[in-house]
Write a protein that binds this ligand. Structure first.
Ligand SMILES: O=C(O)CCC(=O)C(=O)O
Ligand SMILES: [Fe+2]
Length: 307
């Protein structure tokens, strides 16, 4: 079974026939990567010069844009370059929104935009703590910004101007990952939850869902034995292509590559066509209790740094 589901779309309005759209949605929610080999995000000559890693704050992994506030962070360079970067990220945000709305129209009223990012730093050889090391297989979960069960949907476009592919690996299906790690994770106490919020380690109270997802994320990355022994698929994601993936569900690692644009969206699990495939459903089935905080505002604050 191929992890990539190629879809022939060559414009950001995503016009495809209904049957193909249904197939794409089925694949996406069942943990595949919807791969758009012909969908290029074109940069102008001026924008290509913004791909220099020297414009990214060395303390950051990327330059990020908050579409809700219109602010960028992590960008260095002249005022003009910073304005150009902001315009580029804003345009990517608008294009990806149009794409998701037309490929997956039923998601439209459930979508909340998260951060847009430009990642110009070569991944291979980048040093970081194990928790931030995305070259290790993981499912996404944010330490400071709980999602309370919301899905994390990401759109990526490889804008590498030198013809270099982004190399990813994918691992086991989410239910297999959960079966492996969940039994060893102790639950979170109400006191722990309160302290995390009190000391501003989390921006909003961490739900049990976030507690288990973050532990799975951290434990996957921490275990060298797991990383080495788990069956992996290596993917080469070429320049001028784009892909869409639920990164909270698909075990993934970015091995090498430079120059990618990314947009995060959050979606309620109730917007899913196949709710039984969501990490929330899988974990609640295994633990036999509810993991989310009810009646909580469902718009997460935007994670600046973490992915
Ligand atoms: O930068 C990439 O290619 C992927 C990194 C990652 O793990 C993510 O965005 O969730
Ligand atoms: Fe990730």
């Amino acid at each position: 079974m191929d992890i990539l589901k190629p879809i022939a779309v060559d414009n950001w309005h995503g016009e495809i026939n209904n049957e193909t759209a249904q197939e794409a949605l089925h694949a996406l929610e069942h943990g595949k990567i919807v791969f758009l080999p012909q969908l290029n995000f074109t940069l102008s000559a001026d924008e290509n010069s913004l791909l220099s890693p020297a414009l990214t704050d060395p303390k950051r992994k990327n330059i990020s844009f908050n579409p809700r506030s219109g602010k960028t962070s992590g960008a260095l360079g002249s005022i003009l370059q910073q304005v150009q970067l902001k315009n580029l990220l804003h345009r990517y945000h608008q294009h990806t929104l149009a794409l998701i709305n037309s490929l997956f129209p039923s998601y439209q009223k459930h979508l909340t935009a998260g951060r847009t990012s430009l990642r110009t730093v070569e991944i291979a050889g980048r040093s970081s703590s194990y928790k931030k090391d995305d070259s290790r297989l993981h499912v996404d979960s944010f330490a400071a910004t709980p999602v309370n069960g919301l899905r994390i949907l990401r759109v990526f476009s490889n804008v590498n101007p030198h013809g270099v592919a982004r190399i990813w690996q994918t691992g086991e299906p989410f239910s297999t990952v959960a079966k492996r790690f969940l039994p060893e994770i102790p639950s979170m106490s109400a006191v722990e939850q309160r302290l995390l919020h009190l000391f501003k380690i989390t921006k909003t109270p961490r739900s049990l869902y976030d507690h288990f997802m973050l532990n799975i994320h951290n434990r996957m990355k921490k275990s060298i034995a797991y990383q080495q022994s788990v069956i992996k698929t290596t993917l080469s994601l070429p320049p001028k292509s784009s892909w869409i993936v639920y990164t909270d569900q698909v075990s993934h690692a970015a091995i090498s590559g430079q120059h990618v644009l990314e947009q995060t969206f959050y979606l309620s699990p109730t917007a899913m066509h196949y709710p039984e495939t969501t990490p929330l459903f899988v974990l609640e089935e295994m633990l036999k209790h509810s993991l989310i905080i009810k009646n909580k505002e469902m718009t997460p604050s935007i994670a600046e740094e973490e992915y």
